[in-house]
Design a protein around this ligand. Structure first.
Ligand code: IPD
Ligand code: CA
Ligand code: CA
Length: 267
């Protein structure tokens, strides 16, 4: 795909995403929630309908493309080959259900395993963030600046307290300026992209939680690795950090100190 075709694809996808403004209010007005693996693992008609509509859209306009989506079976998807869309139709479903805010739609396009387009739609604020390979990252079409380096002492760090042991939590709190968690991997990551947070950590990220962050990190000069400072396989996910370059190593040093961050690491 040449750059002109990529820009045309971006235009079509942005148009589709903005079309969600017409359907989401009705879906929310009639929201039903189901649990999946446990009582915290939620899915609603909003999640399912957004993904179904996107699947119908690509089947109609891009029939050769594959969809690797949270709310479907992906056994037949070959994520590393061809044209692949990775979708989290609602990231932060618990926030949607409990707070009616702080959720987003994450969508990314990979060609032969390379991220070329990435979107995070902060629907409650009607703000669309996108990254285009080689063109940069944009907030509602306004170019996002690269973040200024942030020392860990000045950084807000974001992570899930339930999955980090008390010693590591204490070390992170001592080293950092403060702690915050929104509860949507996409929106927590966006705070890092905008220079508001120093880093966001998800110890068990799924491919759809982090698909857009690869290209945003590349275009904005952020660090995105696993918690051993190695590259992440986008088709597998796993432990994940997106970080300001000024504090990435310091955060990883604390997470890996004295046997690591895991809860019950010796049991
Ligand atoms: C979840 C959110 C949450 C993160 C979980 C994700 P979902 O996504 O991003 O912040 O801690 O790991 O599963 O289930 O709301 O799409
Ligand atoms: Ca998610
Ligand atoms: Ca989801």
């Amino acid at each position: 795909m040449n750059q002109q075709q990529l820009l045309e694809l971006d235009q079509a996808i942005r148009h589709w995403l903005k079309g969600l403004d017409d359907i989401i209010p009705n879906l929310i007005a009639d929201m039903h929630t189901e649990t999946k693996l446990n009582k915290f693992d939620l899915v609603t008609n909003v999640d399912r309908m957004i993904q179904d509509q996107f699947e119908a859209f690509i089947n109609e306009h891009y029939p050769d493309h594959q969809l690797f989506g949270e709310e479907k079976n992906n056994d037949l998807v070959d994520a590393k080959h061809g044209d692949v869309w990775v979708m989290d139709p609602i990231d932060g479903t618990a926030n949607l259900v409990k707070q009616k805010t702080d959720y987003c739609i994450i969508l990314s396009y990979f060609s032969e395993g390379e991220p070329l387009l990435a979107y995070i739609y902060d629907y409650p604020h009607h703000t669309l963030y996108k990254a285009i390979k080689g063109e940069g990252a944009f907030e509602n079409e306004v170019r996002m600046p690269k973040v200024a380096p942030l020392h860990i002492n000045d950084a807000i760090l974001s992570y899930n307290l339930y999955v980090i042991n008390e010693q590591t939590q204490a070390d992170l709190k001592n080293a950092a300026f403060s702690y915050r968690l929104i509860g949507s991997c996409g929106l927590d990551s966006l705070r890092v992209m905008k220079g508001q947070f120093g880093a966001h950590i998800n110890t068990n990220a799924k491919p759809w939680d982090i698909s857009a962050q690869f290209l945003f990190s590349e275009e904005l000069g952020l660090k995105m690795t696993n918690l051993k400072n190695e590259p992440i396989d986008f088709a597998l996910g796993g432990p994940f950090i997106i970080s300001n370059p000024g504090c990435h190593e310091a955060v990883l040093e604390i997470l890996n100190r004295d046997g690591g961050y895991e809860v019950n690491k010796n049991s």
